[in-house]
Design a binder for this molecule. Structure first.
Ligand SMILES: *Cc1c(COP(=O)(O)O)cnc(C)c1O
Length: 233
């Protein structure tokens, strides 16, 4: 596909997405400005990120450092905020801290210390979101809601990091209301202790309306903006 054709496709997708987000905010009685779009560009090339930036997208999400690091480097001239939204291994922290302003998937104390050291070393501050487990099945990502306060304290007490909020991925195969309610409750409890931790990262292409209804401040959108990914990740 030519660059012009891809640009037109992304522009049309972005316009349709913007309508969905605006309608969801209106339905929830929230100002449009309360829901920030994060374009999740995983599996798509840096050229797409460049086109999205040109179309006014300001925030980019990625879930694998091997892919994100070169993409962020290729787009370093653009005024973008990068969000790391995938499972993160401690040995990737040094790389991620170079480009990511936020890590949405903080789920264990060992990751907090590694990320803090990495941020310190590269002279940046990384905003951390505690990933809350919304799927009770075995081996799902995130910490149980009851463990959020302790991990949040650890983040808040670590140099190089700021406590930014909570993130959750509602299971795609069950109605989103119950898990999103759990996440909203965790966000409320966290803000009571840490008023600065205002981010609630929830909502993907399939459930952004429900997430905005439950207070999402950041929606992470891949497919609805960039199209189907070659693999399901
Ligand atoms: C891929 C991904 C998204 C985007 O999902 P879509 O359904 O394509 O919008 C959001 N959040 C995370 C953590 C992801 O890995």
């Amino acid at each position: 596909m030519s660059t012009a054709a891809r640009r037109a496709e992304l522009a049309a997708n972005l316009a349709a997405l913007e309508e969905r987000i605006a309608a969801a905010c209106a339905a929830a009685g929230r100002p449009r400005a309360e829901a920030q779009l994060i374009a999740v560009s995983k599996t798509f090339p840096a050229s797409d990120v460049r086109l999205l930036a040109d179309l006014g997208v300001t925030d980019i999400g990625e879930n694998r450092d091997q892919e994100a690091a070169p993409k962020a480097a290729a787009c370093a001239d653009l005024p973008l905020t990068w969000h790391f939204v995938g499972q993160l291994q401690t040995n990737k922290c040094r790389s991620v801290a170079r480009y990511a302003s936020y890590v949405h998937s903080v789920d264990r104390p060992r990751l907090v210390s590694a990320l803090g050291q990495a941020a310190d070393r590269v002279g940046r501050t990384v905003g951390c979101l505690v990933e809350v487990r919304l799927d009770q099945r075995e081996n799902r990502a995130g910490v149980p809601p009851a463990e959020v306060p302790a991990l949040a304290e650890t983040i808040a007490g670590t140099a190089g990091l700021t406590l930014a909020g909570v993130m959750g991925i509602a299971p795609l195969d069950t109605p989103p209301d119950e898990p999103l309610g759990v996440l909203a409750g965790a966000a409320r409890a966290l803000r009571a202790e840490h008023p600065e931790a205002v981010m609630l990262s929830a909502g993907m292409s399939g459930d952004l309306e429900a997430a905005i209804n439950y207070g999402a401040t950041h929606v992470r959108i891949g497919t609805a903006l960039l199209g189907m990914r070659p693999t399901s990740r």
